[in-house]
Design a protein around this ligand. Structure first.
Ligand SMILES: [Zn+2]
Ligand SMILES: [Zn+2]
Length: 650
């Protein structure tokens, strides 16, 4: 047992030194070409003594304990180094090519989260961007509308960016594009539907005219600097989804985008597994694959299954009105609802702006086949009996402003819910939304509606691959390195385990996070840092909301606000009248009048002392009042309301 361990560790050490040498020579060569990289390396050298040290320590994380113990034997290093140099020379001789540069994969979003996907891939002087999504704010981001990736790294390297490639039209992949194009305006490539959805977004942001949108189809190969990017057809919960095979001097990188394998999709055909297999046979350096459902065993059901369920449920609905809530972007689901409605002689009305948009775009581009006269305006529903109608609505996630939520709260101007309604929620709550969805269901039921939701009757199938499908991709693509993407940490780790089960060595699986840049060499990888983070969009402001504003909002929401109004004589600086104190959202205790009286006299004391000294510095008076009152209120109540002194002179 012990001997074995020692042998393995020696071998691993040998491999590591070998790798470090190849890595060193490649890094040196690369650094000459790439000033950013050179800058970064200098920084690393300062911070870590030597850049390869960082690579070593990162690698060690993935090695066994025993290999750690034996690292750092200098004498052996020199010997092996020489040997390995000749080794790598020999290898280059065989291939008769220059030593390859590393390909760098930087993550600005989409790891350890589901949302705001943005990956940059760099080779030599060239960079391409894969997707640029947004995330929706969590409960700590008060008043924030959207979250987009931090574009600092892209801005710094904007002259090197050769193209933006978009896998599909979901918000977590396209939502950040209007903001990205302000930073770097390069050609953007995707399929027709995705481009259609991006166009609508840019039109709304009044940025369409300057965008360079290029429609591509699966099978197309696009040259972008030193890259050739091939589009590969995939299945997902929106039509026209792509995987990309990205070829550069370092090898081929496959990015699946979001995918599932649907053998009987509604339209567009099954994912192009044959092409992925061909690429696998040619040799793939690295695979990045969708991890969303990596905890789920088996296969994801075909979208067609949902159509069958609709057919059953619609038939059973009898005299009831049908209301189906689904994701606006799930064009195939909308198609199936329309098909079943038509076969049963019901008209379809749409509620929700995003749904109307997608249906219009889908129809215009030929992704939706809508028989004439089947869709009626929401205003026209009064003219039809309940059993002549199907309403399709947004709000399957219980979003507060959505059509379904407004119906549930009896706040929808055109639709009121009653006992003759059958509401089908054709979606599963995204983690974090369970409570809001639950609320909506409860409210609908209180109004007497019959509600069908979650796994009942198969009214929803996922758009993401389960374990067996992930295995098929791993087995076909046969990558040397594997980076699980698109998911929370638990999803990424589970996907990594699946890959190990498929025979990919643990040391070749990179679990990484936003703000990391993975440099892949022939046999090794290193990880460095790049700037990444959340940028909050609040109304029209991008990045105006920082942590200070969020803290204020949190305080306001928790402890309220106290406004102190002070009016001074502009000549003498003394109070003209008693200070006025107003509060909103602040506790109202029995003794609060006493508290306010005390505050009052403190303020009088402070302003008087300022005026006595002949000081007329309103700013410092304001700060003094704020600090004093804030401390005083905290001492008395253990609350920290926002204190807002308003000082005016007359
Ligand atoms: Zn998606
Ligand atoms: Zn996604």
């Amino acid at each position: 047992m012990n001997t074995n361990n020692r042998n393995t560790s020696k071998n691993e050490q040998k491999k590591k030194k070998n790798d470090t040498d190849i890595l060193d020579s490649a890094v040196k060569k690369y650094a000459k070409l790439d000033m950013t990289k050179a800058g970064e390396m200098k920084k690393n050298q300062k911070e870590n003594g030597e850049s390869k040290k960082k690579s070593k320590s990162k690698k060690e994380n993935t090695k066994s304990e025993s290999s750690k113990k034996t690292s750092g034997n200098d004498k052996n290093n020199t010997v092996r180094r020489k040997k390995n140099v000749s080794n790598s020379k020999r290898r280059q001789g065989q291939k008769n090519i220059q030593p390859v540069l590393p390909v760098r994969i930087g993550f600005l979003g989409g790891l350890n989260e589901v949302g705001k996907n943005l990956t940059v891939i760099e080779y030599g002087e060239d960079i391409i961007i894969i997707d640029c999504g947004l995330a929706f704010p969590d409960s700590t981001m008060l008043g924030v509308d959207l979250v987009i990736p931090d574009f600092t790294y892209i801005e710094k390297n904007k002259d090197r960016i050769r193209g933006i490639f978009v896998t599909h039209g979901h918000e977590d992949h396209i939502g950040g594009i209007p903001y990205l194009l302000d930073v770097v305006n390069v050609p953007l490539y995707s399929t027709q539907l995705t481009i259609g959805l991006i166009e609508a977004k840019l039109k709304e942001a009044k940025k369409l005219s300057k965008a360079k949108l290029k429609v591509i189809s699966a099978g197309d190969k696009i040259k972008a600097g030193g890259f050739t990017v091939e589009a590969i057809h995939m299945n997902h919960s929106i039509p026209d989804a792509l995987a990309f095979a990205i070829k550069c001097g370092a090898g081929t990188i496959v990015h699946t985008g979001d995918f599932k394998i649907d053998c009987t999709p509604i339209d567009g055909g099954m994912a192009d597994l044959a092409r992925l297999g061909e690429l696998g046979n040619e040799g793939v350096l690295c695979l990045m694959s969708d991890s969303t459902n990596s905890e789920r065993p088996g296969y994801t059901e075909s979208e067609r299954k949902v159509g069958e369920s609709f057919e059953n449920l619609f038939r059973r609905a009898g005299k009831r009105r049908l209301i189906v809530a689904t994701f606006a972007s799930n064009v195939h689901r909308v198609q199936q609802i329309i098909n079943v409605a038509e076969s049963l002689g019901r008209k379809v009305a749409l509620s929700g702006r995003s749904l109307e948009n997608v249906v219009a775009i889908g129809q215009q581009l030929g992704y939706l086949n809508v028989p004439k006269g089947i869709i009626i305006g929401i205003d026209a529903i009064k003219q039809y009996a309940d059993d002549e109608l199907v309403l399709i609505t947004t709000g399957s996630q219980g979003e507060p402003m959505s059509a379904l939520t407004r119906m549930a709260m009896s706040d929808h101007r055109k639709v009121s819910i009653g006992p003759n309604d059958c509401v089908i929620i054709s979606a599963n709550p995204i983690p974090g939304n369970e409570k809001t969805v639950g609320n909506v269901i409860n409210e609908l039921m209180k109004l007497g509606a019959h509600v069908v939701y979650e796994r009942m009757y198969d009214v929803h199938v996922s758009g993401h691959a389960c374990q067996e499908e992930q295995k098929i991709i791993l087995g076909l693509v046969k990558p040397k390195f594997f980076i699980p993407v698109h998911g929370e940490q638990k999803h990424l780790q589970k996907h990594a385990l699946t890959a190990q089960l498929m025979g990919i060595p643990k040391s070749n699986i990179v679990l990484t996070s936003n703000g990391n840049c993975v440099s892949l060499f022939e046999d090794d990888y290193t990880v460095t840092d790049i700037p990444a983070g959340n940028v909050f969009v609040d109304g029209y402001g991008v990045g105006d909301v920082g942590s200070v504003v969020l803290r204020d909002r949190k305080l306001l929401s928790e402890d309220g606000i106290i406004v102190v109004s002070i009016v001074l004589d502009s000549l003498t600086g003394y109070l003209v009248s008693e200070p006025q104190i107003y509060s909103k959202g602040f506790i109202f205790m029995k003794e609060s009048s006493e508290l306010f009286n005390e505050m009052n006299s403190r303020i009088v004391r402070i302003t008087d002392s300022y005026s006595d000294k002949g000081r007329h510095d309103i700013n410092s008076l304001r700060n003094k009042v704020r600090d004093d009152i804030s401390r005083f209120v905290y001492d008395r109540t253990k609350k920290s309301p926002v204190i807002l002194p308003v000082i005016s002179e007359v």
